[in-house]
Design a protein around this ligand. Sequence first.
Ligand code: NDP
Length: 293
Amino acid sequence: MSARIIDGVALGKVIRQEVAAEAAALKARGITPGLAVVLVGENPASKAYVGSKEKACLEAGMHSVKVTRPAEITEAELLAIVDQLNTDPTIHGILVQLPLPKHINTERVLLRINPAKDVDGFHPVNVGKLVIGDPTALKPCTPWGVIQMLTRNGIDTKGAHAVVIGRSTIVGKPMANLLIQQGPGGDATVTVCHSRTKDLPAVVRSADIVIAAIGKAEFVTADMVRDGAVVIDVGINRVDDASLPKGYKLVGDVAYAEVAAKASAITPVPGGVGPMTIAMLLANTLQAVKQSS
Ligand code: NDP
C-alpha cells in the first residue's frame, strides 16, 4: 500500500482563509479580532514561532500585538502584562510563548491568563471544559489541528482504535481527550502510550490511527504499524545533515518512507501537523471573539 499524503500546508491555508472571511464579517460589525503574543527572551525558535504567528494573524485581517521583553523580566512584571492584556477590550486572545526563563513560574503565568482569552487552551478551566465536552472549551492548537486533519480528510475516528504515543500536557493528553469526545472527530477507542508502556510496538500495531508525539526522530518504524493504518506525525526533530547548507534537516517521530509504504494515509514532516498549529491558533482567536460578543 502507498499512503495518501495528508497535506497540512494546504489544509492550514483553507482554515486561515475561512478565518479571514469570518474576521472580515466581524470587522463589518465593528469587531476586529485581536491576538497578543508575549515573547520573553531571545530564544531563536520562539522568536521564529512568534514572527510566524504575527504574520498569519495580520494576513487573516486580525489585530496583532507583539509584546517583547528581555529574559531578565521579573515574574511580577510579566504578570502585570498579562493583567493588562486580560482587560484590554481590543485583545481577544493571549498567548505567552513557552518556554519561559527558569526564574519565572510558568504555571503561575498561564493561570493568570483570562480563560476566555486563553487561545493556547492550556488554562485548567479550558482543560476541564475539554474533558467534560463543553463546546466553549478553547482547545490546544496542535491536537485540535490533528482532529481537523482527520475529519476534513474523511478519516472516520468513530469506533477506531487510536493509539497516541506521548502524554504531554500540550499534545498527548489533549489529543486523547479530543478523540474520546462524542461526535465527529471523536468516538474513538483511545490508548495512550508513554515511556513506561510495556511492549509499545505491539500496542501501536493494534492501532487504526497512530498519533506520534514523542520528540524522538523516526521512532515509529514500519514494523510497528499495521497495513492500512492512518499515521499522524506530530514530531519535529532536527537531525544533522552535512549535505544541506543549514547542516541539519527536520524529521518527524515517524520513519516516513518505510511507514508510508504500509499506511493508508500519513502526514509528512515538514508540511504536516506544523502548519495546522498556527491555523488553529487563529481559529481559536475567532472562537474567543464569538464567545465574548
Ligand atoms: P514531551 O517531551 O513533552 O513529551 C514526549 C512524550 O513522549 C512523553 O509523554 C514521553 O513519555 C513520551 N516518550 C518519550 N520517549 C518515549 C519512548 N521511548 N517510548 C514511549 N514514549 C516516549 O514532548 P511534546 O509532547 O511537547 O512534543 C512531542 C513532539 O511533538 C516533539 O517532537 C515536538 O517538537 C513536537 N511538537 C510539534 C508541534 C507542532 O506544531 N507540530 C507542537 C508541539 C510539539 P513520559 O511522559 O513517560 O516521559
